[in-house]
Write a protein that binds this ligand. Structure first.
Ligand code: FES
Length: 588
């Protein structure tokens, strides 16, 4: 055994199962112990199912069931499935933030792929960080891989109004704070929005990453938009299992798919979708694992010729379920095909162009024409200037047009706790023309760059009817949020970036069209303030463990917040020449 029955090649899994010695005995016994006959796995590609199912990640809670459908496909194609768990990162429960653990999950995924007796892998993800984390790990291990997300939730419905998670949770939270709805109203929305399996169904981070992964060619066509509750996602799961076996037989690795051109396509999808700012960080990190540098400038370059055509909240009108009925991401790709590199290889074994050849759009108000878009340039802009020498990001498609060019007086909060304690103080010196600035929420200082960038507006301004102000921080923001919000200011304040020097009363200028963000304080005064900055706390205050490693190796936003030692890849061997060639003593 150990030779693929379909093509005669010796499989990687033969290192474990193909030898007639003590090791082979034990490895085969480990499967027979679970009731599998040798005929079930002998001479078949072994496909891992890396499952981020967890009850602590509600968006991924249905992946345990979905894995069964992946197994059907693997078995039907002549492969053998081995499902294994990874850690799972849910946005709601995990402290201090799921981003703090994204790289840990990528390491978990990579080392499981590297260490287990598998020839290929299906990555089951869903919630925001789980998809990039798994793809980062798979790109570094470079074993044939395919992503299957859990799909978006169905539309929420509250008193007849369609609601999207969690754009409308935030919108109504502001209304609650303004006193226009009651606490009982707000409570009754909880189950009305989150009513079905899957991830948030606006074009937030999870939906954006799903669309990006499909565009990259790392999931099957249709992979992003089929709702988690739709039976067609189960069929997609089965087909993903089949495709994984095929990928092994064709010897197609992530490095064959994750090319510079594929990343350009993915950036265009992010921009055309008016997608999440978080995706800039995740795409940069995934590309880094594939050995490709994505400078922030590339996002602005491609933005100039990429119109926003996906009319989904938070920048537009509809939800992912509507996009599914309109033809899904394939319909978007078809409409923007003139901007794409269509000869990129995908997990189907065909090119992106082949995959969308027959795609159709069934609702031209959900997927707009590039000639009549929501915005004629991409939904995100990278800013640079004296306040952000290494970059900052604004999702202008979800911002107020009248604030796109604005100079205002800074009202500064030293960290998220300071903000929480003072934002509703009736004596806070703030007007709607001011700019709210928060420090201390970057990759190191957060730690984990929390999604704290959606700074709440002061209650007293909400009561006056104010619903947006310019807000600036080194934090991230949920992809479901909206407002004139500048994020990812780099270098972050904790490591002494100019943000650390801002004081209340300073004037700041935001110019989205000019792509600039400037602190209008003279250099001599800044030098004086810089000399008075306290030394950062060593190792982020962590005495030991993952936090200490995190603090020592985390990179800034423009480098994807990956660990410096994880960037790049070390491909595993596949199709070894001789069975048992590289087998260690796997007996534990
Ligand atoms: Fe998981 Fe929004 S909480 S995608």
């Amino acid at each position: 055994m150990g030779t693929d029955q379909a093509n005669g090649k010796i499989l990687r899994s033969a290192e474990w199962f193909g030898t007639k010695d003590l090791e082979g005995f034990l490895h085969r016994a480990g499967l027979k112990n679970q009731g599998w006959s040798e005929e079930s796995f002998a001479g078949r590609p072994v496909i891992g199912i890396a499952n981020s199912w967890s009850e602590a990640t509600h968006c991924n809670a249905h992946l345990r069931g979905l894995a069964e459908h992946v197994k059907r496909g693997i078995l039907a194609a002549g492969g053998f499935p081995i499902e294994f768990p990874t850690i799972s990162l849910g946005e709601f429960f995990l402290s201090p933030t799921s981003m703090f653990c994204r790289n840990l999950m990528s390491m978990d995924t990579e080392e499981m792929i590297r260490g287990l007796p598998i020839d290929g892998v299906v990555l089951l993800s869903g919630c925001d960080k789980t998809t990039p984390a798994m793809l980062m790990g798979a790109a570094s291990a470079d074993l044939p891989a395919i992503v299957l997300t859990g799909g978006p939730q169905l539309k929420g419905n509250w008193k007849g109004e369609e609601l999207g998670s969690c754009t409308d949770c935030r919108r109504y939270w502001s209304e609650l704070r303004a006193g226009t709805i009651t606490q009982a109203d707000y409570d009754s929305m909880e189950a009305a929005i989150y009513r079905s399996p899957g991830h948030c169904m606006v074009m937030g981070t999870a939906s954006t990453m799903g669309a990006i992964v499909e565009t990259l060619g790392m999931s099957l066509p249709g992979g992003a938009a089929v709702p988690g509750a739709d039976s067609r996602r189960k069929i997609l799961a089965e087909n993903s299992g089949r495709a994984a076996v095929d990928l092994v037989r064709k010897g197609i690795r992530p490095s064959d798919i994750l090319t510079q051109d594929a990343f350009d396509n993915a950036i265009r999808m992010l921009l055309a979708a008016g997608g999440s700012t978080n995706a800039i960080i995740h795409l940069t990190a995934i590309a880094g694992r594939a050995g490709i540098k994505l400078p922030l400038e590339r996002f602005n370059e491609l933005s100039e010729s990429t119109p926003v055509i996906v009319n989904l909240k938070p920048g537009g009108k509809y939800l992912m379920e509507d996009l599914f009925y309109a033809g899904g991401v394939e319909a978007v790709l078809k409409k923007m095909s003139g901007l794409l590199k269509l000869d990129c290889l995908t997990v189907t074994g065909e090119t992106l162009g082949d995959n969308i050849a027959d795609a159709e759009c069934h609702n031209d108000d959900v997927v707009l024409s590039p000639e009549a878009p929501l915005a004629k340039e991409g939904g995100l802009t990278v800013l640079k200037g004296s306040l952000a020498p290494d970059g900052a990001v604004i999702k202008h498609i979800a911002a107020s047009p009248e604030l796109m060019k604005h100079t205002g007086r800074a009202v500064v909060f030293e960290n998220p706790l300071d903000l929480k304690n003072r934002i509703d103080d009736p004596d806070l010196d703030v007007t709607k023309e001011d700019i709210l600035v928060m420090k201390g929420a970057g990759p190191v200082g957060g730690p984990g760059m929390p999604e704290a960038g959606f700074l709440p507006l002061p209650k007293k301004l909400l009561a006056q009817g104010v619903r947006d102000m310019v807000r600036i921080s080194d934090a991230r923001m949920s992809g479901t949020a909206f407002g004139t919000i500048v994020l990812h200011v780099s270098p972050e304040s904790h490591v002494g970036g100019p943000l650390a020097l801002v004081q209340s009363g300073d004037m700041i200028t935001l110019d989205v069209e000019g792509k600039s963000l400037d602190l209008n304080v003279d250099e001599a005064e800044l030098a004086r303030r810089r000399a008075e900055l306290p030394e950062p706390v060593a190792d982020g205050g962590f005495a030991r463990g993952y936090g200490k490693m995190y603090s020592q190796h985390i990179t800034q936003a423009q480098d994807g917040c990956d660990f410096d030692f994880l960037i790049g890849k070390t491909p595993v061997e596949t199709h070894v020449e001789v069975a048992g060639h590289n087998a260690g003593f796997h007996t534990g």
